[in-house]
Ligand binder design. Structure first.
Ligand SMILES: Cc1cc2nc3c(=O)[nH]c(=O)nc-3n(C[C@H](O)[C@H](O)[C@H](O)COP(=O)(O)OP(=O)(O)OC[C@H]3O[C@@H](n4cnc5c(N)ncnc54)[C@H](O)[C@@H]3O)c2cc1C
Length: 466
């Protein structure tokens, strides 16, 4: 078979790239080694984690907060098997949706491991060993990422689990130790805490959500601690031993000191993800990777080998589904002779706990490091009418704007629905808005979005409701 484009991997980067390429008239095929499309995101990432976050939040609401609303429900019982089936329903609905979209757009699909056999040649190796050779003008590598392992710690996906195993537990662990206070650790830690686990989070650094705005991290940690999540920051894990009854995690202060042992029924290793290029045959054609194993590309996603491109988690940049999708669209448009591009300055980042955390653009730490003078406007949800009415007053909106031009440089939100609230400011930033532009935009009352408007007013020290 001969194609204009063969995409290897059908995660959010790959399948979106294939659909956009087909829309633009390129004869396109995808190769996927999983039985279902959608990659990490739809199968073992964004979608199943959000389904469990949604269901566990509803459980906790019914268990602890319905009474405050005057709703008596009696004893709330967990049916974990059913909750897991609910999660799987969300996954199946999404993966089938991608299959439908690929078919609708006349993208040919091949199941098996894709291996680059040479310039313009992709070999598809099926699970039964059968193989097929595809000829193509262009190849896009969208093979995503895999779990980062902790040296000396074996992940058995039962007692010591990665995010994949943590999404599949068939019982609520009494004690869960989470290694890593990043997004995945805090989201999945929240799921199992809500369902009844005692959760301890061990983090090497002195803060949660490394990389996000420091003030946001501090406030968020306080909120999670109030929810009974225990944090051991500036602490390193030196060993995990498993036995018949669970595991023992040995930790000590990051800078050295007395070791301590933590008992756990389940240990979640959530220390990050690494690009996945195993078995891809990069060496056959000499595709260059960097010291972190990421495929090197130029600003047009081209690798050092003519006709081979790469996008998504397998290249540099934030490991986020929407970043992969936008790169998929951009590279397809470039291949079709258009000028696709991604604005890396405006990629929202969301933590889907309760409350949520969302940010876009620069943090205060980054602005200080870059020597950029800025003004900050902050508005707490305790002063927002809708948040008061809903009883969801934890958190704030912070807008950082250039001191001279007032252009919005970064926005950071901790609060209910922060993941949706961030969209308005992402659009504003894409249009190079000033804080005043947001402040002068009429926001519906009573909504949480008014906190965004008030934070924009606060940049000019003229918030109304504080
Ligand atoms: C628990 C968890 C929760 C997450 N939650 C979010 C979230 O809420 N929001 C968000 O934006 N991001 C989230 N992410 C990150 C998100 O899943 C990734 O950023 C995204 O999936 C990357 O997309 P991708 O297309 O680059 O790669 P992937 O989604 O990893 O897809 C790569 C695909 O390539 C296939 N493949 C690999 N090698 C080959 C080969 N040789 N031949 C054929 N096929 C191959 C793989 O089977 C896979 O299907 C989460 C991740 C995890 C683990």
């Amino acid at each position: 078979m001969s194609y204009d484009l063969v995409v290897i991997g059908t995660g959010p980067g790959g399948y979106v790239c294939a659909i956009r390429a087909a829309q633009l008239g390129l004869k396109t095929a995808v190769v996927e080694k999983r039985a279902t499309h959608g990659g990490t995101c739809l199968n073992v990432g964004c979608i199943p984690s959000k389904a469990l976050l949604h269901a566990s939040e509803a459980f906790e609401e019914a268990n602890k907060h319905f009474g405050e609303l005057g709703i008596e429900v009696g004893t709330v019982k967990l049916d974990l098997k059913k909750m897991q089936a609910f999660k799987q329903g969300g996954v199946d609905g999404n993966t089938k949706g991608v299959e439908f979209l690929l078919k609708k757009n006349k993208v040919d699909t091949y199941h098996g491991r894709g291996r680059i056999a040479g310039a313009g040649r992709v070999e598809v190796i099926a699970e039964d060993g059968g193989n097929q050779m595809l000829e193509t003008k262009n190849i896009v590598i969208a093979t995503g990422s895999d779990v980062t392992r902790l040296p000396g710690v074996t992940i058995d996906e039962k007692t010591v689990v990665s995010s994949t195993g943590a999404l599949e537990l068939d019982r609520v662990p009494k004690k869960l130790v989470v290694i890593g206070a990043g997004v995945i650790g805090l989201e999945l830690g929240s799921v199992w805490r809500r369902l009844g686990a005692e959760v301890t989070v061990v983090e090497y650094l002195d803060r949660v959500l490394p990389g996000m705005d420091g003030e946001v991290g501090k406030q968020f940690q306080r909120i999670l601690a109030k929810q009974c999540m225990v944090f051991k920051l500036s602490t390193k894990v030196t060993g995990v031993e498993t036995g018949k009854k669970g595991a023992t995690v040995t930790v000590e202060p990051a800078q050295g000191g007395e070791p301590e042992k933590l008992d756990a029924d389940v240990v979640l290793v959530a220390i990050g993800r690494v690009p996945f290029t195993e078995g891809l045959g990069l060496e056959t054609v000499g595709v260059a990777t960097d010291d972190k194993g990421r495929i090197e590309t130029d600003s047009h996603y081209a690798t050092n080998v003519t006709g081979i491109y790469a996008i998504g988690d397998v290249i540099a940049g934030p490991m986020l589904a929407h970043k992969a999708e936008d790169e998929g669209v951009a590279v397809a448009e470039i291949l079709a002779g258009q000028s696709g591009h991604v604005n890396y300055g405006v990629i929202p980042n969301v933590v889907y706990t309760f409350p949520e955390v969302a940010s876009v653009g620069k943090s205060e730490e980054e602005l200080k490091k870059d020597g950029i003078a800025y003004k900050a406007g902050k508005f707490p949800f305790t002063a927002n009418g809708r948040a008061k009415a809903n009883g969801t007053t934890d958190g704030f909106v912070k807008i950082l704007a250039d001191e001279k031009t007032d252009r919005v440089l970064g926005v950071h939100i901790v609060g209910a629905d922060a993941g949706n609230l961030i969209a308005e400011v992402a659009v504003a930033m894409e249009f190079a808005a000033s804080a005043e532009d947001i402040a002068r935009t009429c926001h519906a009352h009573p909504t949480l979005t008014e906190a965004v408007k008030e934070a924009a007013l606060a940049v000019d020290k003229r918030a109304i409701h504080v």
